[in-house]
Design a protein around this ligand. Structure first.
Ligand SMILES: [Mg+2]
Length: 412
């Protein structure tokens, strides 16, 4: 219902009102608005006026029952802990030792399972916090829901977690469950999820994230040469050193190795000020960099808008935005040229599809933050996809990643 004109909302609501009111008066519109004010939900906001099925009740259906009607029987949450890397990769903002994964397994009443796997880069205790949130807050909402109504289940999870804010940990939990639900549905139907949603690509161009800020020049050279040999035609380098001079030195070092025909993107991981970002962005453009990613803190919409007005290089952001609504705000305010959603922080495949179609409607390109089979399934269905972010050689052919072909989110 969001974004609809008030008149349309009224049209949706009023048919359920008993015919004790005359709707065919000459003051039709005014009467309808006055009537709305008399309804019990009017005092608690339009959110309560949404169709009932959005909040948990099923819409009426006279369609035949099918495997789609199977329900969620159980939800199991397990932790795969990793010993944090003593020499972690680093960007300008943070060290990323990698502490493990939270894995949600959903089993349907037909005995088919689906999984959602959420990697956690920082804070070892975060795994336990996320597990508790899924078990105590999301499981009661999802238990018994139909696989044919994943969108409804997704909205219910967002609505309930709104009590403490559907951002951060709540969104990671929703993403894990949402991924497991779609995986279970795809496996129930024995098709990849991109075939359910409607595919439009056979493969996706890949770029290599290889230039971590703590790499020595020897390490950087080795990684660049390896990536070129693997077939990559686009690479990303971390910037955001204390001075522009250090950033420039790093970019020029990599450019000499990869040549002029390979695209080079730069990523400052939120550490700059608006003024510094404008100054550096102009220099990065002159050096031939292809996009400038996350120059300032992710939430600073006004800052991104100001930067985008001042620099020519493409401004990319999105890995730290937490909902389709966040992306909508950035797009509407001309604060982003390339959206980069993360499956975990966006809320799972359901939200990624929404962000993808929203950005496509505004002719904004989509480049994933991270990859994986679930995100690849989403990107297979988005006309505006330009890149998947990756780093290895699995499924890589001529600089492009082939689509997963297995049921649900399985690769094979
Ligand atoms: Mg980034």
């Amino acid at each position: 219902m969001q974004g609809q004109e008030p008149a349309l909302i009224e049209d949706c609501l009023l048919p359920s009102v008993p015919l004790i009111f005359d709707m065919r008066t000459s003051n039709h519109s005014t009467s309808r608005r006055r009537l709305l004010k008399t309804l019990p939900f009017a005092s608690i906001g339009l959110g309560s006026a949404l169709p009932e099925f959005v909040h948990g009740q099923e819409p009426p259906t006279d369609k035949p029952q099918s495997a789609l009607q199977s329900r969620v029987k159980s939800i199991d949450v397990t932790l795969r802990r990793r010993r944090p890397n003593p020499d972690p990769i680093r960007d300008a903002l943070q060290s990323l030792p990698g502490v493990g994964n939270v894995v949600v397994t959903i089993t349907s009443d037909e005995g088919i399972t689906g999984q959602g796997d959420i990697g956690y880069g920082r804070i070892a205790g975060g795994l336990d916090a996320l597990k508790a949130l899924i078990e105590h807050e999301l499981t009661p909402i999802v238990q018994g829901t139909r696989l044919s109504h994943i969108r409804q289940t997704h909205e219910a999870m967002r609505k309930e977690t709104d009590y403490h804010g559907t951002q951060g940990l709540a969104t990671l939990g929703i993403a894990a469950v949402d991924t497991a639900l779609w995986d279970c549905l795809g496996k129930t139907l024995n098709v990849p999820c991109w075939q359910i949603w409607g595919g439009c690509h056979g493969s996706i161009p890949a770029y290599g994230m290889l230039g971590w800020i703590n790499y020595t020049e020897d390490q950087l050279k080795e990684r660049c040469e390896q990536a070129l040999a693997q077939g990559y035609r686009a690479l990303k380098l971390k910037v955001g050193f204390p001075s522009l001079k250090e950033d420039v030195k790093r970019i020029e070092f990599v450019r000499k190795i990869i040549g002029d025909d390979v695209r080079l993107m730069v990523d400052a991981n939120q550490v700059l000020t608006v003024g510094e970002a404008i100054m550096r962005g102009r220099v990065f453009e002159e050096l031939g960099c292809w996009w400038f990613e996350e120059p300032i803190p992710a939430h600073d919409l006004e800052g991104y808008r100001r930067i985008n007005e001042e620099i020519g290089i493409q401004l990319a952001t999105g890995e730290n935005l937490f909902s389709p609504q966040d992306f909508g705000r950035f797009i509407r305010h001309n604060a982003v040229d390339i959206v980069q959603p993360d499956l975990r922080r966006s809320g799972g495949p359901t939200a990624l599809l929404e962000i993808g179609h929203l950005s496509n409607a505004y002719n904004i390109p989509y480049a994933s933050h991270g990859g994986g089979a679930a995100h690849m399934n989403v990107m297979a269905c988005l006309p505006n996809v330009i890149y998947v972010e990756t780093g290895g050689t699995d499924h890589l052919v001529d600089g492009r990643l082939k689509l997963p072909q297995g049921p649900g989110f399985s690769w094979d």
